[in-house]
Write a protein that binds this ligand. Sequence first.
Ligand SMILES: NC(=O)c1ccc[n+]([C@@H]2O[C@H](COP(=O)([O-])OP(=O)(O)OC[C@H]3O[C@@H](n4cnc5c(N)ncnc54)[C@H](OP(=O)(O)O)[C@@H]3O)[C@@H](O)[C@H]2O)c1
Length: 281
Amino acid sequence: MSVCRLGYGAMQLAGPGVWGPPRDPEAAVAVLREAVASGVDHIDTSDFYGPHVTNQIIRKALHPYPKGLVIVTKLGARRPPDRSWQRATSAEDLTSGVHDNLRNLGLDALDIVNYRVMGSGHGPSEGSIGEQVSVLADLKRKGLIRHIGVSNVTAAQVAEARAITEVVCVQNNYNVAHRQDDPLIDDLAGLGIAYVPYFPLGGFTPLESSTLSAVAVRLGAKPMQVALAWLLRRSPNILLIPGTSSLAHLRENLAAGSLPIPPEGLAELDAIAASSPRPGH
Ligand SMILES: NC(=O)c1ccc[n+]([C@@H]2O[C@H](COP(=O)([O-])OP(=O)(O)OC[C@H]3O[C@@H](n4cnc5c(N)ncnc54)[C@H](OP(=O)(O)O)[C@@H]3O)[C@@H](O)[C@H]2O)c1
């Protein structure tokens, strides 16, 4: 399987707090249709966005899906009515999650399912994920899943998953200012495994950096475009899934794919992480 490096993350299509319908459902449909019409061939989603809402919008906008479109979903959490994010990790949870995704997306098989580890607090924490990955491997043998990935994981968890089944992608929190995964990215590149940063633009806390802005001004670009272009330069195994509910931002983000950053700009951007406070500190 191969996809274009610039994909689309659908989490922003749910309502505020990733709950309920979007403020403008027609705009959500338009963003998805334009993304695909512009060449995006992989979309990241989850049935716990909304919950169910984002997958239903994807189905409404794009079904029957164009040949070659890869939809990547994730399991491991559920959203009770209090809108919190709770673990959903039993075999029954994971199996019913696959069927929910199939139904809401209108598919017979899911292209890629990431097992999303709900760690303690923000970011990954150690602990076995073998039981859950084995359940997904079983669902893959049954033909309900084509490929497996892992999300919010440590290097040890990636290794544990790879000992059970083929892992095609890893989805962790990473961007120009948040670079804890640098060694993992390099290891995965050597193994031919895609690394897909979530929060590539900072997520709920959008990136803000005078360096990013200064480099953007010099390039005649927007800071968020520079942040995406930097990720594309960081490693060839990085695939992007920036999230947006806005057509204007979608266009900017896709244009970042052809934004060259000269070596001196890259050096300045590389220094951002060193001066950023580490999350949790
Ligand atoms: N595996 C996981 O645990 C996990 C966790 C979080 C997210 N994800 C996935 O990763 C995808 C990306 O993460 P994300 O959407 O949370 O965060 P993100 O892509 O880092 O940033 C999204 C935010 O940036 C804004 N934005 C997007 N493009 C912009 C632009 N060109 N200029 C200015 N602002 C812009 C969006 O607002 P507008 O809507 O106004 O553009 C939104 O507030 C998600 O959509 C989801 O599919 C996975």
